[in-house]
Design a protein around this ligand. Structure first.
Ligand SMILES: [Zn+2]
Length: 225
């Protein structure tokens, strides 16, 4: 008989005796009252970039959609299967979340594939190739830059892609409207899996900075009292 992975069963037992035992009341309240997460996170499927772990969030706090290379496609009401757009629609229209965070990460396999023009499809359907074509124009420009190392190109596209997803978010009419009304904020973040550092996007410039540097930059740009 096929066994359910033992690692997962052991982990579940730890969860029940540890975290669930500690947060039993919270789970019960969430079950009765429903969820009201404050933030939608669009993160990569990468096993090293789990938003709940990185942001140390408990149950009910984050509404998370994960896809290859944490991308948001443009708004395309075309009767196709749009998993990420469905999650955005529910988070914004039903849950009324206050923030959307596009969270990229270092050493992203999807971004690496987008930068490799000779990459063979992993299967005839080539779902990855089609999906990563969302950043094809940016990938082509960055790949043709001979002054950059491959590592620099990779980090550059990981961050450009985050800004690209934020632009695509604004093609969703309700996202654009709520942002303009000040009811929804769009954010970018990039997690360095090798050092554990989080870099946050400056909403004005699109630059990525460590949160402490971002706070300093914001204080510097405020008019003197
Ligand atoms: Zn990734």
């Amino acid at each position: 008989m096929r066994q359910f992975p033992e690692r997962l069963l052991n982990g579940y037992n730890n969860f029940m005796s540890g975290r669930y035992a500690d947060e039993r009341d919270r789970y019960r309240t969430l079950a009765e009252a429903g969820q009201s997460p404050h933030t939608l996170v669009v993160a990569c499927c990468d096993s090293r970039a789990a938003p709940e772990t990185i942001f140390d969030c408990g149950p009910g706090e984050l509404f998370v959609v994960r896809n290859v290379a944490n991308m948001v496609p443009p708004y395309e009401p075309d009767n196709q299967y749009h998993a990420t757009s469905a999650a955005i629609e529910f988070a914004v229209q039903a849950l009324k979340i206050a923030n959307i965070v596009i969270m990229g990460h270092g050493r992203c396999g999807g971004i690496k594939a987008a930068l490799d023009p000779n990459m063979e499809p992993l299967s005839p359907g080539d779902f990855i190739g089609k999906w990563m074509s969302l950043v094809r124009p940016a990938a082509d420009q960055i790949q043709s830059n001979d002054l950059m190392t491959q590592g620099e190109r990779q980090t550059a596209l990981e961050r450009v892609s985050i800004r690209n997803s934020i632009s695509n978010l604004r093609t969703f009419p309700y996202v654009k409207a709520l942002e303009e009304q000040g009811k929804l904020q769009l954010h970018g973040a990039w997690f360095d899996i090798s050092t554990g550092e989080l870099w946050v996007m400056d909403a004005m410039t699109g630059d990525f900075m460590r949160p402490s540097d971002l706070a300093t930059a914001a204080a510097d740009s405020e008019p003197a009292a």
